[in-house]
Design a protein around this ligand. Structure first.
Ligand SMILES: [Zn+2]
Ligand SMILES: [Zn+2]
Length: 757
């Protein structure tokens, strides 16, 4: 015992399973401190003997030199009365109390990358190398507490060498639960399509096959993938045909940043993102003349690019001179495959060979997608590397009950709230797919175990037909129904730390469709909103969606409806040639299967159809809008087209007249596309200036993933003196809905309901 007493340091945040205790131990050794460190249900607790400056020195050292995957939320130091023996110890967790958090999967770290490339290292060429700074987490965990026994590494008893590393606080692999080496860990195997294992080195064999133009299935971190040589038009075309995937761009994997620079323009922010522990797919502008098959991303100038995420991928890419297409391993309309038996059964329809291994995937975790817009990385699909990292809710939310929010229908996620913290699930996919919906339900159960959650309230979208809403209603819990666009805005508020009692903001929510508070379809909304409620101040002029759901798929229908609404002649628009226009006109006239929608997404579809970019069918949600953005590119468009902004309505009619005139005059379509984007951003700003009751604007909804629209709107609104809140960590699209629903449900429980109009 020392005569100076002792101090207790409480650390909260992402501090378990990320090498935090050994970091404390190392710093304590260096500072010659006596004391101990342990994990408990609140995070990490450190006890240090001596005067206050001893504890302060340790806190300083920790803040300066944090393990790469750790994130400190708070550190509190206070006196304690403990009597501490000399030396510094890592104390084992007290039974069941620890490890309340599961971390996201993390990309191969630099130290491990060096080891697998070093012939003298015992992990040379080993595809499952990892340490506390990197490797699988969410993708292998089946229960809590997070230790080897609850992961799919339980099947691999550690060898003596690994056990020594695992037990040594000075080692980078101290308590690295998935620790493995060639002697004890998982093994790669290269199969032919009929399941026979091939002789020779699996990586070399796989690389040879890819070079020869084969399509290869690869068992990746969170699911099977399909790979082929991205410079080989024949291979990429076969992959497209086999996956029945017509237009949606394929993601690429490249060996390093230099390889990325050869095919894309790469900013510093983007390079950092590619290299980060999350290592998402980053959307980059393709360089002209890049050596790639044109079938990789037809009609788009954006490429989705990632670096090798696991040692397996790094080893494979090291043997290849070419970028790989790396897309999810599934058949059309199904989620990415994770199970070996299913892979062996289905993937031979696409791939000639399968590079697999014997570590099971416990949870499907898709690749995340991020785009840098207005200088900030913005997550478009939040999965590998980001989920399930918690999102701290703003001050005031700590007293909320435990809540489960179920999100939307497409790009689905769900969200758990507990102790003022929101845990947003990884991307679950489109629930209309039966397999995705099954997994969605399974994952809710899993997250409830992982995060020790017992919700007393469930929040769903007001849309009665969303499968997530039906699922929520079937649960034996009190239910809150949340309007779609209000949830979008609340999601933006929550991720920006907007206070529970914060003033109302103007939420501009632009997307495809969501059910409105008045029972009609919304999608271009100006809501005066806080967490508890909203008032619909203005919106886009409702226009018919002839054919209902068909109008979501077929852009020409929206062109017809918009031209009709704007009273602009339809002759000469080739997109409408040969279409059953009279039937459509009759449907709209009589209001049969032609619901009105104030949707900004459908407006994008209509303009894309007018410019013949995407006429008969969208290959995927947002296809038409993405092509329109690409076409606009860097063309000059002046002030853009005029929209009528009055009476709390944005009416695109003048835009259609001008667009038609430009078109008739033979104007370059790129200029027309630019004028549309610019005019729309101007209209949003003009409407915002006409409205009152706020000085902060929140932008949300999938349309704001369009860089041109987003950056122009942001610049104009800020230029007009507004503070603008935007999405970054949480998708602006429906992938962020669950967070907003959760925040609204929490706020209403804490502060009481407020009427929504
Ligand atoms: Zn590592
Ligand atoms: Zn080993």
């Amino acid at each position: 015992m020392t005569k100076d007493g002792a101090f207790e340091i409480r650390v909260r945040g992402r501090v378990q399973g990320v090498g935090f205790r050994p970091a404390v131990w190392r710093h304590a050794q260096a500072l010659a401190l006596d004391g101990d460190v342990l994990n408990d249900s609140d995070g990490v607790l450190v006890r240090v003997a001596g005067a206050a400056d001893r504890a302060a020195a340790l806190v300083d050292a920790l803040r300066r030199d944090l393990p790469p995957l750790a994130e400190i939320q708070s550190i509190e130091t206070r006196d304690c009365t403990a009597i501490l023996p000399s030396g510094f110890r890592i104390v084992e967790s007290q039974g069941g109390a620890a490890n309340t958090q599961v971390s996201p999967d993390a990309r191969l770290c630099a130290a491990c990358e060096t080891e697998i490339a070093d012939p003298a290292n015992r992990r040379f060429g080993y595809a499952f190398t990892n340490c506390t700074h990197c490797g699988p987490r969410l993708s292998i965990v089946a229960s809590i507490p997070y230790d080897r026994a609850t992961t799919t590494m339980a099947a691999f008893p550690m060898c003596a060498d690994c056990r020594t590393e695992y037990g040594d606080p000075a080692n980078r692999r101290f308590h690295a639960e998935p620790i493995a080496c060639p002697a004890c860990g998982p093994r790669l195997v290269l199969h032919t399509a009929d399941g026979a294992a091939m002789d020779g080195d699996p990586i070399m064999g796989a690389a040879r096959l890819l070079t020869d133009g084969a399509i290869l299935a690869v068992k990746g971190l969170g699911g099977y993938q399909l790979a082929c040589d991205a410079a080989n038009p024949d291979a990429v075309t076969r992959l497209r045909q086999a996956k029945k995937r017509e237009g949606k761009p394929f993601a690429l994997m490249l060996r390093d940043l230099d390889a990325v620079r050869h095919i894309c323009e790469l900013g510093d922010d983007e390079a950092r993102l590619l290299n980060s522990a999350a290592a998402p797919i980053v959307l980059l502008r393709a360089r002209a003349g890049a050596k790639l098959a044109p079938q990789v991303a037809p009609g788009l100038d954006n490429l989705g690019v990632m670096l090798p995420t696991t040692p397996l991928h790094a080893l494979l890419l090291a043997e290849l001179d070419t970028p790989l297409v790396m897309t999810s391993g599934n058949l059309t309309g199904e989620p990415q495959i994770t199970q070996d038996t299913e892979a062996m059964e289905k993937l031979p329809a696409v791939a000639s060979h399968i590079l697999s291994h014997d570590r099971a995937i416990a949870n499907r975790v898709d690749d995340s997608v991020v785009r840098v817009m207005a200088g900030v990385p913005r997550v478009i699909r939040r999965a590998r590397g980001y989920a399930p990292a918690p999102i701290r809710l703003p001050a005031g939310f700590e007293v909320a009950p435990e809540i489960l929010a179920l999100g939307g229908e497409l790009k689905s996620t769900f969200c758990l709230v507990k102790d003022g913290q929101a845990t947003l699930s990884q991307h679950q996919g489109d629930l209309e797919q039966a397999a995705a919906f099954d997994e969605f339900r399974r994952n809710i159960d899993l997250y409830r175990i992982l995060f020790d959650s017992a919700p007393s309230l469930v929040a769903v979208d007001v849309h009665p037909d969303y499968l997530s809403s039906k699922h929520g209603r079937a649960m034996a819990l009190p239910l809150l129904e949340i309007q779609h666009h209000h949830a979008h805005i609340a999601s933006c508020l929550a991720e920006n730390g907007w206070p529970l009692d914060g003033a109302e903001v103007l939420g501009i929510a632009l997307d495809g469709l969501g059910l409105g508070a008045d029972g009609t379809i919304w999608g271009g909304e100006f809501l005066l909103a806080d967490y508890r409620g909203f008032m619909r101040l203005a919106h886009f002029k409702p226009v018919a969606m002839p054919g209902g759901a068909a109008a979501i798929r077929e852009p020409w229908r929206n062109l017809h409806a918009h031209l009709a609404a704007a009273k602009v002649p339809m002759d000469g628009f080739s997109a409408l040639r040969g279409k059953p226009l009279e039937t459509i006109a009759a449907m709209m006239e009589r209001g049969i299967n032609a619901p009105l929608a104030s949707s900004c997404g459908r407006l994008f579809d209509a303009v894309a159809a007018a410019l013949e970019l995407c006429v008969d069918a969208q290959a995927y949600e947002g296809d038409a809008a993405a092509r329109l953005e690409t076409l606009a590119g860097a063309a000059e468009g002046g002030d853009g087209y005029d929209f009528a902004v009055s009476n709390r309505l944005i009416d695109p009619a003048p835009m259609w007249t001008q667009l038609r005139a430009d078109r008739d005059a033979g104007m370059d379509y790129a200029v027309i596309a630019t004028r549309f984007h610019t005019g729309l951003a101007r209209a949003l700003t003009d409407m915002t200036r006409k409205l009152s009751g706020f000085d902060t604007v929140a932008l949300s909804g999938g349309c704001f993933q369009n860089r041109l629209l987003f950056e122009q709107t942001l610049r104009r609104l800020e230029g007009a003196g507004f503070t603008v809140l935007t999405h970054a960590r949480v998708p602006a699209n429906d992938g962020g809905l669950a967070l907003g629903q959760a925040a609204i449900a929490a706020a209403r429980t804490i502060k009481g309901d407020r009427t929504c109009v």
